[in-house]
Write a protein that binds this ligand. Structure first.
Ligand code: C2E
Ligand code: CA
Ligand code: CA
Ligand code: CA
Length: 278
């Protein structure tokens, strides 16, 4: 048993080593890739469920690396956070998103582009100025820009965050809480934060029509959002059954593979031309 334990330990440490090595290699690759234009955005449409109108899109970061292939944000965002590369990457995302939003809201006035903001990025002392700078540089109408923050990022240092959120609201940008339902369970804080929308995490949507607990949670989130006068968006909608369930419960908007997978900017522009104003 003793030697078996040692073998296990050896196995784990080897696996950990491999993970650390991939991490270090990815970090290096990202650093180079930033200068080589290997990062770009995809856009996933969001639809209003009452009027069946296209309302906007979420910007999702992609990395096409010559060495690692297409790497997903779930893998490289955490590395960007610990290495500090998130600041440069976050600015790239903000800039690209604002540029596209400025252009697209001329084709489709109700168009808004949602951007994911990581915790470290949000906590940066000059975050407000950064957002302001990109709004000014691109001329985007501030209410065409939406910032998505997770529950846990907002709840961490809640008092200080309220000031930042208020300042962002003053600028005119929209704010939403991402992955709602997965973080802190205290709902009472919601009324203190100047937010516009909450996004029901896709883990509750996946089994919506087969798991009565998930259905109950989704319904509770929708009704709570309505009474707090917040817009509610369901993410990860994949089937027409899920869509009908949500529309029947008066969920405001939805996003997911049912409508479209995230797509390159040129493709989304065609999508806008096809669907906006219909
Ligand atoms: P998220 O903000 O929850 O984004 C939604 C994720 O769900 C996206 O994964 C999207 O492609 C995926 N998705 C959309 N519809 C469906 C569906 O119907 N079914 C399923 N199974 N999945 C769906 P993606 O693009 O891989 O992004 C993963 C996460 O990486 C995002 O989760 C977000 O937390 C983070 N991320 C992406 N882009 C950025 C960024 O620019 N900055 C930061 N800080 N984080 C980002
Ligand atoms: Ca998001
Ligand atoms: Ca989400
Ligand atoms: Ca999620």
């Amino acid at each position: 048993a003793k030697s078996e334990g040692k073998g296990m330990f050896h196995f784990f440490s080897q696996e950990m080593n491999e993970r650390n090595m991939r991490r270090a290699a990815l970090e290096n690759g990202m650093r180079q890739g930033l200068g080589r234009g290997e990062f770009y955005l995809h856009f996933q449409p969001q639809w209003d469920l009452k009027s069946f109108r296209l309302t906007g899109a979420e910007a999702l970061l992609r990395w096409q690396s010559p060495e690692f292939g297409l790497v997903g944000p779930d893998e490289f965002i955490p590395i960007a956070e610990t290495s500090g590369l998130i600041f440069e990457l976050g600015e790239l995302v903000l800039h690209e998103a604002c540029l596209h939003a400025a252009r697209w809201c001329r084709i489709c006035p109700q168009m808004k582009i949602a951007v994911n903001i990581s915790g470290r990025q949000f906590r940066q002392p000059d975050f407000l100025q950064t957002v302001e700078r990109h709004i000014e540089a691109t001329g985007v109408p501030p209410n065409s820009l939406e910032l998505e923050l997770t529950e846990s990022v907002i709840m961490e240092r809640a008092e200080r965050n309220i000031d930042t959120l208020r300042a962002l609201k003053k600028m005119g940008v929209r704010l939403s809480i991402d992955d709602f339902g997965t973080g802190y369970s205290s709902l009472s804080y919601l009324k203190h934060f100047p937010i516009d929308a909450i996004k029901i995490d896709r883990s509750f949507i996946a089994e919506l029509t087969s798991d009565s607990d998930d259905a109950a949670i989704a319904v509770a989130i929708i009704s709570m959002a309505r009474s707090l006068k917040l817009k509610v968006v369901a993410e990860g909608v994949e089937t027409s059954d899920q869509l009908h369930f949500l529309a029947g419960r008066k969920c405001d908007e939805a996003q997911g593979f049912y409508f479209a997978t995230p797509m390159p900017a040129e493709e989304f522009e065609n999508y806008i031309r096809e669907f906006c104003g219909r």
